[in-house]
Design a binder for this molecule. Structure first.
Ligand code: M6R
Length: 615
């Protein structure tokens, strides 16, 4: 939550910071601000609203010159989104300025102390407390900015990625991280600071990702020094070569990132398979699994922890792991798991699933499980993210950057990775025959093509969306492997169109939700040909008798559900365990089109942020 950007070097900072904030807007978008230093004046402009609102405000408020600048796009934690609570925040003396992503948990006690010492506060934020604490330390101890930041950070409890500078020493920026990501791009005598590398990708391919509890002092003309915040020891930073390119973070002709990402799924799934699914050799090769095969094979059980869409992918995985590999699986919301004193032993394997790799609850669940001796395997999309680094081993989804807040290609690639793992383990355990294994490999290889085919229903889905866009509620039903898909379909609709939607196992409908059904209720039923197909047909009949409107997601060519439903959307046939990779597609498109028709902000839905780094 919150995106931070900074620049120090020979170029004008403003265009770099503003463009960078636009790329990081997925992290938070309720207010934005910028601070520039032009050699004489510190200029700060900030506003409630989006980066485009900030651009307008800057035009009338400050001059855009200066080779030093920091900017922030906010997802409010402490204090409502308004101009005053927006970052950057300036210290009482007017000398120090800060941007911050994270939460200072003990800010109230620190604030009280600072008030006793005569400090005043304009905003309700924890960040204004931090910059004044740094100022207080600097004054009392008579130390330089870097040291003052270090001493102050050793007094705070919480999470942060910060960038701070002193207008009296404008050749230097101090950055630090704990629990929130921070990358420093290294150019030719210039430095870029950002929550991820997207703001500086066209300027440099070299970056340092700070580790937790590290800080860096960046000096124009002099370079960068990285230190441990706790003990001041110097760190030799690893300069990483970035694989990201500009095209990946642009809309590429699509109206929204979400639509682009939905259409990228055939390629994303192919990328997830690359080098892992070797059909000719009839093997699945995954380094993280091969190296730790014993851990998996000897595991009492697998515990999957995740949040939101990633949790839904975990639920799909539960079916496939138990079905094929015969390993008991429990799927947990990371936020519940971490606080309920679960029984964890050294024989447990914990799989953490996260697109961003930064979700605070998932990260905390990992740390807790590790402390109790469990082996932790991460399934992340963002390379080098905190969860990826904290895990004992892992597998990346290789979906490429996902910028739309509503997760799409991350979900299908997570299911892809988890299916590969389940199959690999099933093969190693001997719980799948070699002919079935080959059949799975063959079918998996065809999934990208079948996803492409499922995407061809787009125009028809638009027509269906037009009919139901004004419904107040939606019900999504599915059984077995497609129960989690029903949950995911409902979540997608809720988060981008703000229509209330419930996902339910189809058979559970009669235990309550059936009371909601009348002639105004659209019910999306995933009714593909599967083991419980007949039972789903019975559920459809029950809906029909209560006059509900049925939108069936069916297997290509199925005439039975076609005759019963009000509308059908076809997906290609596949093995049931792989069907979520196809049935998800129409549900993504349905929610997308409804949200567009309702004129909602599809890529940046209200109150949400792409990466949830607060608990
Ligand atoms: O980055 P993560 O996968 O850990 O994020 C988990 C959830 O915050 C995320 O899936 C969220 O539910 C999405 N907005 C769903 O579209």
């Amino acid at each position: 939550m919150c995106g931070i950007v900074g620049y120090i070097g020979h170029r004008e900072a403003y265009p770099i910071v503003i463009e960078g904030l636009k790329r990081l807007e997925y992290r938070g978008y309720d207010s934005a601000g910028i601070a520039l230093f032009d050699g004489t004046d510190l200029k700060v402009s900030k506003t409630k609203g989006k980066v485009s609102d900030l651009e307008e405000r800057v035009e009338t408020q400050i001059s855009k010159s200066g080779n030093l600048g920091i900017g922030h796009t906010r997802w409010a934690t402490h204090g409502v989104p308004n101009d005053v609570n927006s970052h950057p925040h300036v210290s009482n003396s007017g000398d120090l300025v800060i941007i911050h992503n994270g939460i200072i948990e003990n800010y109230e006690s620190l604030k009280k102390e600072l008030i006793k010492r005569g400090y005043t506060f304009k905003s309700d934020t924890d960040t204004e407390v931090l910059i004044n604490l740094i100022e207080e330390v600097k004054t009392i101890e008579g130390v330089k900015l870097g040291k003052a930041v270090q001493i102050a950070l050793n007094q705070v409890v919480g999470a942060y990625a910060i960038a701070v500078f002193d207008k009296n020493k404008p050749e230097e920026v101090v950055v630090a991280r704990l629990g929130s990501p921070l990358a420093v791009g290294i150019g030719e005598d210039e430095f870029f600071i950002a929550s991820d590398a997207s703001p500086f990708i066209e300027y440099t391919k070299n970056a340092i990702y700070l580790e937790d509890e590290e800080m860096a002092i960046i000096r124009f003309h002099k370079g960068i020094k990285v230190r441990k915040i706790k003990d001041d020891s110097l760190v030799d930073p690893y300069i990483q070569e970035l694989q990201l390119n500009l095209e990946q973070i642009e809309k590429g002709g699509y109206e929204h990132f979400m639509l682009k990402e939905i259409h990228e799924q055939p390629k994303a799934i192919t990328d997830t398979f690359r080098g892992r699914l070797l059909r000719d050799e009839a093997i699945i090769k995954m380094g993280g699994i091969e190296d730790n095969m014993k851990k998996f094979l000897n595991a009492n059980r697998i515990i999957i922890v995740a949040c939101g869409t990633s949790w839904h992918a975990g639920l799909v995985a539960e079916y496939i792991f138990e079905d094929l590999a015969r390993i008991p699986v429990e799927v947990e919301y990371a936020s519940e798991f971490r606080y309920r004193n679960p029984v964890i032993t050294e024989n447990d394997v914990l799989i953490a699933i996260s697109q961003s790799g930064e979700t605070a609850d998932t990260l905390a669940a990992i740390k807790m499980a590790k402390s109790k001796g469990a082996f932790v395997f991460g399934v992340c999309n963002v390379v080098g993210s905190s969860i990826a680094r904290e895990s004992d081993a892992g597998a990346y989804t290789h979906a490429g950057p996902e910028i739309g807040v509503a997760s799409t290609k991350a979900f299908t690639t997570q299911i892809t990775v988890l299916s590969l793992i389940a199959l690999r383990l099933a093969r190693a355990k001997g719980t799948i025959s070699s002919s079935d294994f080959r059949r799975y490999l063959l079918e998996m290889e065809m999934i990208p093509e079948k996803v492409e085919k499922a995407l061809e229903s787009d125009a028809h889905i638009q027509e269906v969306s037009e009919i139901y866009k004004d419904a107040a509620n939606f019900l999504y039903l599915g059984r077995g492997y497609n129960f989690p898909v029903a949950l995911e379909g409902a979540l997608k609709l809720k988060e981008i169109s703000y229509i209330h939607a419930e996902g339910y196992p189809a058979a559970e409908m009669k235990h309550g939700p059936i009371a909601l059904i009348d002639e105004n209720m659209p019910i999306v039923v995933i009714a593909t040909k599967a083991e419980h197909y007949d039972k789903v047909i019975s559920n459809i009949q029950e809906i029909k008798s209560r006059k509900g409107k049925i939108i069936g997601v069916i297997t290509e060519g199925d005439t039975i559900v076609r005759d019963l439903a009000d509308h059908v959307i076809e997906v290609p046939d596949t093995i049931e365990a792989l069907s979520p990779l196809l049935t998800t597609i129409p549900l993504q498109l349905l929610s997308y089109h409804i949200a567009v028709m309702l004129d909602k902000n599809v890529d940046q839905p209200r109150n949400l942020a792409k990466s949830v780094t607060v608990e």
